[in-house]
Design a protein around this ligand. Structure first.
Ligand SMILES: Nc1ncnc2c1ncn2[C@@H]1O[C@H](COP(=O)(O)OP(=O)(O)O)[C@@H](O)[C@H]1O
Ligand SMILES: [Mg+2]
Length: 581
């Protein structure tokens, strides 16, 4: 569907503003069309004809028209402003809601900066079109068509003159649009690139400084900025190639019309008043021709923005509820991976994974970085979908379950800790906003976070910076653990959740977690043997396959990968004088 048609459809809920706006717009411009006529009568009947009694009524009429125009323009302005602002409000809300529904893969493939640029610049482009583009277009249309019609009644010969010039203007305008559209598209695209670059640079400012790469960053930004400049200038150049032509054609009409009109007055075919009326219409005819370039510019710009915005809207979530969903009557958390294959793109990441995790038991997943541990647990909450085989919980394939309900029962401590720039209290309470403070504290206690939180001046009210700035890595992880505990899930996933805390704290967390893990199915991903040795089963991944499985004892007896890891860590610990086993 045409994007403008879609924009119009989205304006439907605010149609009343559009209707009011257009009514008053027409009213305001009708006064403009009438005014030259009255001026003409003033000249013909009062000044030339000496009918003085008409002077006052005609002047009052002119005054009335002016008042009407001012009032109408005011109402029109408010109405279109309301229309455009409400539209933008809807669009922003809609897109934001839409972004909430998007799957992991969308965020894998789209840059934050780009999304931000769409949410701000492109939406603003559309607003501008609705608030002023539509008004200008309608006004110009009314002027042009209206005065042309009135001109026909005045003198069809003069009007015919216009019909000769108009097609030339139209051809130039079409050529202009054809050139400027791709230019605008590139410009918006580059805008997104620049926005991404800026966003990344700011997010990564610390890394840039640490590696003293400011100069490199400056240079690479300058490069993108230069490209932005080039593309912006390109649209300007296209503009400046065509707009003067349109302007010239518009201006050409004035002497042309005046010349012909003058001859007609001299020959007595037309009265002086009519000529004056007529000159009043000239700018209404030439004006639209001259602004055509400007209008094309604005609409083409808005068109490209709308395309981008609808592209997001049309993407849709790659993972969503099936029309018919099923959910276990009692969610116990018996997880079964049945011959699961998985890949992000073409590269297979998990191959033939079979795993049976009884409800309430603990499974530890070990393996080198990149062996697929995080990928396995991502399938549990159906953040990605497996290619082959199935992941089921309590006998039902997760693909059949309603996403919200499934994710309500699975709690994650993710490998990369993300905290919101909110109070610690609200961060812990994130998944269950209605939880009482006592529960927040209990969760913090279990995650060994209580102590350091209590030491902060504002305690639980401390606002953590963006992504948890101001906290140490270990502190952030402990808040993330508290958040997951507080969520009270049936299936708890701890993805490398204690990697940043010291051994002692980890040990304490584990003691506390024992309680938390009771009656929950738990997936632990960890590197330290101390974290996994008590698990009911341990699987060792190697390049996406399960290479070994068993419990601590049986795996030690196998003398394979696990045994090797134990040996290595034991050696390290022995050299430090600490026991791991
Ligand atoms: N979002 C992603 N898109 C594409 N490839 C990914 C993505 N996440 C991980 N991978 C790839 O999948 C493989 C397994 O990654 P992962 O499950 O994160 O391993 P682990 O958690 O064991 O370190 C790696 O080769 C990694 O490069
Ligand atoms: Mg991982």
């Amino acid at each position: 569907m045409n994007v403008f048609k879609r924009v119009a459809l989205l304006c439907k809920p605010h149609a009343k503003y559009a209707v009011i706006g257009f009514v008053f717009l027409i009213a305001a411009n009708a006064t403009r069309l009438i005014a030259p006529r009255i001026t003409g009568w003033l000249v013909d009947d009062v000044i030339e004809g000496g009918n003085e009694s008409l002077l006052i009524p005609l002047c009052i009429a002119l005054l009335g028209l002016t008042v009407l125009r001012s009032v109408s323009n005011y109402v029109r302005g408010v109405a279109f402003e309301k229309l455009s602002q409400n539209f933008v409000f809807d669009m922003r809300t809609d897109l934001y809601d839409h972004l909430q529904e998007m799957s992991y893969s969308f965020y894998d493939n789209n840059y934050i900066g780009e999304i931000m640029s769409r949410m701000t610049g492109d939406i603003e482009g559309l607003r501008n079109m609705l608030a002023s583009g539509v008004v200008q277009l309608a006004e110009n249309l009314i002027w042009f068509v209206g005065s042309l019609i009135l001109l026909f009644f005045l003198s069809w010969k003069l009007a015919l003159l216009m019909v000769v010039v108009a097609p030339i203007v139209a051809v130039v305008a079409v050529l202009f649009r054809r050139k400027i559209h791709p230019a605008f598209r590139d410009l918006r695209e580059q805008n997104a690139v620049l926005s991404t670059k800026t966003q990344e640079n700011i997010s990564g400012a610390r890394v840039v400084k640490a590696f003293a790469q400011e100069e490199y960053e400056k240079k690479s930004f300058r490069k993108e900025n230069q490209e932005q400049l080039r593309l912006a200038l390109r649209t300007t150049f296209i503009w400046s190639d065509y707009v003067p032509v349109l302007d010239f054609l518009g201006n050409l009409c004035t002497p042309l019309l005046l010349g012909v009109g003058g001859v007609m007055v001299v020959n007595g075919v037309m009265s002086l008043g009519e000529l004056i009326t007529f000159t009043g219409y000239i700018w209404m005819i030439t004006g639209p021709m001259r602004s055509l370039g400007n209008l094309m510019n604005m609409f083409t710009n808005a068109h490209t923005s709308a395309e981008k915005l609808f592209y997001y809207k049309d993407l849709g979530a790659s993972i969503k509820d099936k029309p018919q969903t099923r959910f276990p009557e009692e969610f116990k958390g018996h997880v079964v991976f049945d011959h699961v294959d998985f890949s992000y793109g073409d590269q297979m990441v998990l191959k033939d994974i079979c795993l049976d995790v009884p409800a309430g038991s603990t499974v530890a997943v070990m393996g080198e970085t990149g062996s697929g541990k995080t990928s396995i647990v991502n399938l549990l909450g159906r953040f990605y979908e497996c290619r082959g085989g199935s992941v089921s919980i309590d006998g039902i394939d997760v693909k059949e379950m309603p996403l919200r309900k499934l994710r309500d029962r699975v709690g994650y401590v993710m490998q990369e800790t993300f905290l919101f720039s909110e109070s610690i209290e609200n961060n812990i309470r994130f998944g269950r906003p209605e939880a009482p403070m006592s529960q927040v504290q209990r969760a913090a206690h279990a995650a060994q976070a209580e102590e350091f939180i209590e030491e902060m001046p504002l305690k639980y009210d401390t606002i953590v910076g963006e992504r948890g700035m101001g906290l140490s890595g270990g502190q952030k992880q402990r808040i993330a653990i508290a958040r997951a505990i507080q969520y009270d899930p049936t299936i708890l996933v701890l993805d490398d959740s204690t990697s940043a805390v010291d051994m002692e704290t980890e040990h304490e967390i584990q003691q506390q977690l024992k309680d938390v893990m009771k009656n929950r199915t738990t997936f632990i991903i960890a590197h330290r043997i101390s974290s996994v040795k008590n698990a009911d089963q341990i699987v060792v991944l190697k390049e996406g396959r399960i290479a070994e499985r068993g419990n601590h004892r049986s795996l030690l007896a196998q003398r394979g990968l696990y045994y090797q890891m134990v040996q290595d860590q034991y050696k390290d610990a022995a050299s430090l004088g600490k026991g791991v086993l």
